[in-house]
Design a protein around this ligand. Structure first.
Ligand code: ZN
Length: 340
């Protein structure tokens, strides 16, 4: 009997790849492309605001591309929006972005009661329910929570928040990051109740281009610890850019899988992390998936598997203009790699 994609994905992302029949092509990062929006008539920006369209577009990852599961929502602004930041919803091929931060000073922020009733949280959980209803237990659902550092950048402004790292008492910053981690816990619990299987922390701004490994260790490791220890489901963490210098600290965060961007060498990451944290990635999104062709994608996929990836997925959220013929190669290669 063939293993269900959900069981395979859960084995791979908890570091039990060898108990699965092969590596998974379940992508817990953003999967939506313009081709899929057209195919299922669920375009951006409407799909960000309507649970029916959101579920339809998420399902296109499986229906159109063949990826072995679903990921919602598609954008990084839901938390900041619910906290009062002004959002621009983008366009067909442009993701939403923050137009105006919510707060000027650190002291102005306090996590409000009933935050999950605000903004688009009900839309997201509604979409999770619809996917679970339609696909039962066959395919896994990844619910993305935007990580505490990225939310902080959105609600205070990235430059301002980074300036505070240098000037202010680390305790004050930790207090705010912990409250944002608590928001993540609240939304993760709601998503799990609605039917999600996996929580994916997308914290692109916590990149080594922006903060030092020391800051990562002192501020972010305890923040992720607080988050992971309160979520009773596998957790994937994605950080953009070259996170090589963070690798030694990742086992302390409590995450199950680290999703590597293209600058991280998967073989090296596996060497550092051993069997403590699984590694996902990292077919380059721009140079290979967006600008390459099916042959170059296939080559990159085989290289990732050879280097020991636990999940064959893109290096980051997929660029909206990625051609379907390229994106489809990931699940095709994964399904050919059955262990013998
Ligand atoms: Zn990324």
């Amino acid at each position: 009997m063939e293993m269900t994609p959900k069981k395979r994905a859960l084995l791979c992302l908890t570091g039990n790849k060898w108990k699965a029949d092969r590596v998974t092509a379940f992508d817990p990062l953003t999967t939506a492309t313009v081709d899929q929006m057209m195919a299922v008539k669920a375009p951006f920006p409407d799909a960000h605001r309507d649970p029916e369209l959101m579920a339809k577009l998420a399902a296109a990852a499986w229906e159109v591309i063949g990826l072995e599961g679903f990921k919602i929502p598609f954008d990084l602004c839901i938390q900041a929006e619910a906290l009062g930041a002004e959002i621009h919803y983008g366009a067909l091929d442009i993701h939403p972005s923050v137009r105006k931060p919510a707060f000027k000073e650190l002291e102005e922020f306090k996590l409000p009661e009933g935050i999950l009733d605000r903004g688009r949280f009900p839309v997201v959980e509604g979409a999770v329910e619809k996917l679970r209803e339609k696909y039962g237990d066959y395919l896994p659902i990844s619910r993305q929570v935007v990580g505490p550092f990225t939310i902080a950048g959105h609600i205070f402004g990235v430059e301002k928040f980074c300036g505070w790292i240098k000037r202010r008492d680390p305790e004050e910053l930790r207090e705010v990051l912990f409250q944002l981690a608590d928001l993540n816990v609240e939304e993760a619990r709601a998503a799990l109740r609605a039917g999600a299987d996996v929580i994916c922390i997308a914290d692109p701004t916590a990149s080594s281009d922006i903060i030092s490994p020391q800051t990562f260790k002192e501020l972010m490791v305890p923040t992720y610890q607080r988050l992971c220890s309160r979520v009773s489901a596998p957790v994937v963490l994605h950080i953009c850019g070259n996170a090589t210098s963070y690798l030694p600290y990742l086992p302390d965060t409590g995450i199950d899988t680290f999703s590597c961007d293209a600058q991280v060498d998967i073989a090296f990451a596996k060497q550092v992390l051993g069997n403590r944290v699984a590694v996902a990635g990292n077919v380059p999104t721009v140079s290979v998936l967006l600008q390459g062709n099916p042959e170059t994608v296939k080559k990159a996929c085989i290289e990732c598997i050879a280097k020991g990836t636990d999940m064959l997925i893109p290096s980051c959220g997929i660029p909206p203009r990625t051609p379907t013929e390229n994106f489809r190669i990931l699940p095709q290669v994964a399904s050919c790699m059955v262990y013998v």
